[in-house]
Write a protein that binds this ligand. Structure first.
Ligand SMILES: NC(=O)c1ccc[n+]([C@@H]2O[C@H](COP(=O)([O-])OP(=O)(O)OC[C@H]3O[C@@H](n4cnc5c(N)ncnc54)[C@H](O)[C@@H]3O)[C@@H](O)[C@H]2O)c1
Length: 250
């Protein structure tokens, strides 16, 4: 499927970073865009439907999805970028990992993606079939931490490993509806999360990337998302987008 003015694109976390780059990509192609974000109000792009929503709240997601459908009809593409990455060791001087923090990371990164994917897929099923019976495409965001989780990333890495793990069964579940599912596992991208770190930390992270030795640009994430939508044979796959980085323990 091509992203054009007939392809409603729904993006979670679209107010910042990788999600915001996807908003720009979809707008450039003329698509109607809906952003779901805690801070959706902050999206300045004209023509974007913004819905403030906590994706980790299943009821809020149902209400937000109903609003999005009323505003712009059935979705064709869902890109899940909403996520959080707080760090804490399993055991630190303060004691064991805060169970509420662990739960929060799983709720936002894993449950939030699944609530959005399952509820958007149910609407995609009602859309008219396109070429080869295709009705929709869902892209989730994992991370290289799904495979190479670092010290302090136990909650984040396990939430992202679960995103990788749900990709194939989700694709299989939705195949009969003509809905494809992929995940992107980014390496280290220059987003507000990274930009807030000191320059020497950014330089050290960039130096760990074999080639190109730099941080990824959010537009490179959006470009892959656009390709996944366009390439019908991509399904049930997690794609690393990381300049060959393999993260060390710290
Ligand atoms: N930046 C990187 O290097 C990198 C690497 C690997 C994976 N990722 C993943 O990519 C995704 C986007 O990251 P980013 O760097 O663009 O981060 P970001 O902090 O710039 O953007 C995340 C967005 O998600 C929104 N959000 C957070 N919690 C939410 C919730 N409960 N409900 C709705 N919206 C919520 C935030 O408001 C924000 O707009 C995340 O899932 C992150 O884990 C990022």
């Amino acid at each position: 499927m091509k992203i054009d003015n007939t392809t409603p694109v729904w993006i979670t976390g679209g107010a910042s970073g990788l999600g915001a780059a996807c908003v720009s990509m979809a707008l450039d192609k003329g698509a109607p865009v809906v952003v779901f974000d805690l801070a959706a109000d902050g999206v300045a792009d004209k023509g974007v439907t913004t819905i403030n929503c906590d994706v980790s709240d299943a009821t809020a997601v149902s209400q937000a999805i109903a609003k999005a459908k009323d505003a712009g009809g059935l979705p064709r593409v869902l890109i899940n970028c909403a996520g959080i990455a707080p760090a804490q060791r399993t055991v630190s001087r303060k004691g064991p990992h805060d169970p509420d923090l662990y739960r929060k990371v799983i709720e936002v990164n894993l449950l939030g993606s699944f609530y959005m994917a399952s509820q958007a897929a149910a609407l995609m099923a009602d859309a008219e079939a396109l070429e080869h019976g295709e009705r929709g495409v869902i892209i989730n965001t994992a991370s290289v931490a799904a495979y190479d989780g670092q010290i302090g990333q136990v909650a984040y890495a396990s939430s992202k490993a679960a995103i990788a793990g749900l990709t194939l069964p989700l694709a299989r579940d939705l195949a009969s509806l003509g809905v494809r599912v992929c995940a992107i596992a980014p390496g280290i991208f220059y987003t507000p999360m990274l930009a807030g770190m000191p320059q020497d930390v950014q330089d050290s992270l960039a130096a760990q990337v074999p080639f190109p030795s730099r941080l990824g640009e959010p537009s490179e994430y959006a470009s892959l998302a656009s390709h996944i939508v366009a390439n019908q044979m991509l399904n049930g796959e997690v794609i690393r987008l990381d300049g060959a980085i393999r993260m060390g323990p710290r």
